[in-house]
Design a binder for this molecule. Structure first.
Ligand code: SF4
Length: 111
């Protein structure tokens, strides 16, 4: 069975290899990220150094975010929910640890 670490590494590798989506200049060091296949939001990032494991993101979109054994959120499937749900989940984070970017690397949320 795939572990949280496996999923995180896979999604981070896919994101790093996807040259069609610009890398933001302000990415935090410790991240779990996923690239969506379309829409305004193309890069979904969890700042794992900011995450406090409060879980509303998981409640809002459990196929998109899950909590690992360190009690930190990670991106599971960036294409599992629609873009509105991605935004709602990001907005639900009490410490704004979920960052959303467009294809040019511009931050959409939080602003
Ligand atoms: S809502 Fe924010 S703090 Fe809570 S688990 Fe998700 S990313 Fe972490």
């Amino acid at each position: 069975m795939e572990t949280a670490q496996d999923i995180m590494q896979k999604n981070n590798a896919i994101a790093e290899a996807d040259t069609s989506v610009a890398v933001p200049s302000d990415l935090p060091d410790e991240i779990s990220q996923g690239i969506t296949s379309g829409g305004e939001i193309r890069r979904i990032v969890v700042d794992r150094s900011a995450c406090i494991g409060a879980r509303p993101c998981v409640v809002a979109a459990e196929k998109l975010f899950q909590i690992d054994e360190e009690n930190l959120a990670y991106v599971v499937d960036p294409n599992s929910v629609d873009q509105d749900t991605v935004r709602v989940a990001a907005e639900s984070c009490p410490v704004l640890a979920i960052l959303l970017y467009d294809k040019d690397g511009n931050k959409i949320f939080p602003q």
